[in-house]
Write a protein that binds this ligand. Sequence first.
Ligand code: DI6
Ligand code: FE
Length: 411
Amino acid sequence: MTPRWDHLLTNATLATFAGDAPYGLIEQGAIALHEGRIAWIGPQRALPADVAAQASQVENLGGAVVTPGLIDCHTHLVFGGNRAHEFDMRLNGATYEEIARAGGGIVSTVKATREASEDELFAQTLPRAHALMSDGATTLEIKSGYGLDLDTERRMLRVARRLGKALGITVRTTFLGLHALPPEYRDNRDGYVTLMCDEVLPALAGEGLVDAVDTFCETIGFTPQETRRVFDRATQLGLPVKLHAEQLSDLDGAALVAEFQGLSADHLEYLSENGIRAMAEAGTVAVLLPGAFYALRETKLPPIASLRRHGVAMAVATDCNPGTSPLLSLRLAAGMACTLFRLTPEEALRGVTVHAAKALGLSDRGTLEVEKRADLAVWNVKQPAELCYWIGGNQALRKLFIAGASQPANG
Ligand code: DI6
Ligand code: FE
């Protein structure tokens, strides 16, 4: 008889995140994978009698927790060089904004990125992608935004696409041309926004390199009016939008991205009730970035209680970037969302699975349900809360399944 399933995992603690029960938990569960999809899932006692004959491989997990493969829905993973020297400056009292205005910050990474070849950028980024995978990530969002010119923005997005192919994971790319004003346009903001809206974004979208469009809407970034210009262009190109919003101040960016039915508003330390109501109305996901909050020693907490009250889905991501969040573990980001933002472990884990999928507009993953993509993480823990509880270390992940193909934790 031809096996019905490629792989059957038994004796598992399944954190499915399907439905409203805590973790969508199925204890003593089993899950069958076939041709890259989940083919069966449920309590082991409900498995068909002749199950052993129906699977090419049967694996007893000894009670280990299985979650959907984690989804990092906000990273700046591709960049040249690093900014450890600014880490020192900040610890000596310089604020993120002072560093930015002194020509440091994003612009200093732009210089290093412009000078790097595609192969050099790929080689520098690969270890960072491996690090995220070694702690459970199977889908990554990767932004441009350190090129700020056509050639380098293209090179960044090509490297992002290449990482997905090389690692066999899903990479969703986001155009972030409005991340910072490059030196050559310091006195010509309008010229730069026009270049990005009328030339760079259309060109890169036409080359199939862009899945969504983002902007750094902030006092040291771009105005709501400038944001609206690039969002109008994204809409004309049929691309969804998301936004770095209310990180350092309230420019009502959340309401703006919600007006465009945007996928997500990200950071949100300074988010207002008006912004929350608009996000709830539009179904825009709140992406929380505790790594930047931690690294910047921020003190203003995102309004978590109000987001809960309004039923706004909360995602959690690393915001991995060289300046404000050099964080290479999505599982640690989930733990930080608990300890720093007071999310429950259940909320934080939903934040790196089903809500992160929503923030990327992906409906084929993020929960363990029949027909969903067979991206799974098998963990060396017996209860899901441990994934947020343990700080650091690389002992948590046992193995990944990526579209049903298993690979050991060390990639
Ligand atoms: N907000 C951030 O925290 C990062 N980008 C953004 O829009 C910072 C990126 C950097 O400092 O390199
Ligand atoms: Fe960011």
